[in-house]
Design a protein around this ligand. Structure first.
Ligand SMILES: [Mn+2]
Length: 243
């Protein structure tokens, strides 16, 4: 059993090098996996399943090819691509999972999350998140014309870029108390998340128990993933040229 975990690829047409790294990953290391978990922000943005860009089509085909090989692909939504719906998920052959989701693999209990819910110090973001994760808001948004949705998302991206420039690094990281609360709630599992783009292994002492928290890396020209093979969790990377 070998589970692979990835997140924060932020795929978009402006970053062909990341797409190359993703395809190299899917054709290489992912083929030897027993399961692939994508923990959000696979795409830089998602305007709706009806936005049939070339990028979305290529990615769906590549993921489908992997699941057709018998390797299940699961997806936990990120803050960029939470509008991925059942229709595109089916095209990509992947299963959508709630956030957080507790899995068990080779006797290890692993809690998976994108990670944005843990950034509780960013109050403005949490308010925005509550709004856009409301099914009524999503239904209303998705019923608007596609070009209007694209313009709205473009404006949001500009806003988020300028916010990032002024928000302190601490505000944009996870809140330790929120992490500990989650670990307690789920019975002290290993936690794997992305979102913060600060790859690391942390250890939290919760109720006298040591809990590992692994943070996934964001992608640029290299593929990054964590692998659990039943013995250890390890971080890996791959440059497409080396494959
Ligand atoms: Mn994110």
């Amino acid at each position: 059993m070998k589970c692979l975990f990835i997140s924060d690829l932020h795929l978009c047409s402006e970053r062909p090098e990341t797409l190359r790294a993703f395809f190299a990953f899917l054709k290489g290391p992912a083929r030897n996996a027993s399961a692939l978990y994508i923990l959000g922000d696979l795409f830089e943005y998602w305007a709706g399943d009806d936005d049939e860009t070339e990028l979305a089509t290529l990615v769906a085909q590549a993921l489908k090819a992997l699941s057709d090989q018998g390797i299940p692909v699961s997806f936990v939504a990120g803050n960029r691509d939470f509008l991925i719906g059942e229709s595109w998920a089916r095209r990509a052959g992947m299963t959508r999972l709630p956030d957080p989701i507790l899995i068990e693999a080779d006797g290890l209990r692993i809690l998976l999350s994108h990670g944005d819910t843990l950034c509780t110090d960013d109050i403005a973001y949490q308010e925005y998140r509550r709004k856009v994760r409301d099914p009524a808001w999503q239904q209303a948004f998705l019923s608007r014309p596609l070009d209007e949705r694209r313009r709205f998302i473009e404006a949001l991206r500009d806003h988020s870029r300028s916010e990032k420039a002024v928000k302190s690094a601490g505000i944009m990281d996870v809140n330790p108390a929120a992490v500990e609360h989650l670990l307690r709630e789920y019975g002290h599992p290993v936690l794997i998340h992305g979102h913060t783009h600060r790859p690391a292994r942390h250890v939290h002492l919760v109720d006298g128990r040591y809990c590992e928290r692994w943070v996934l890396a964001d992608w640029h020209s290299e593929a990054h993933w964590l692998a659990w093979d039943g013995t250890a969790i390890e971080a890996h990377r791959l440059h497409p040229a080396g494959c």
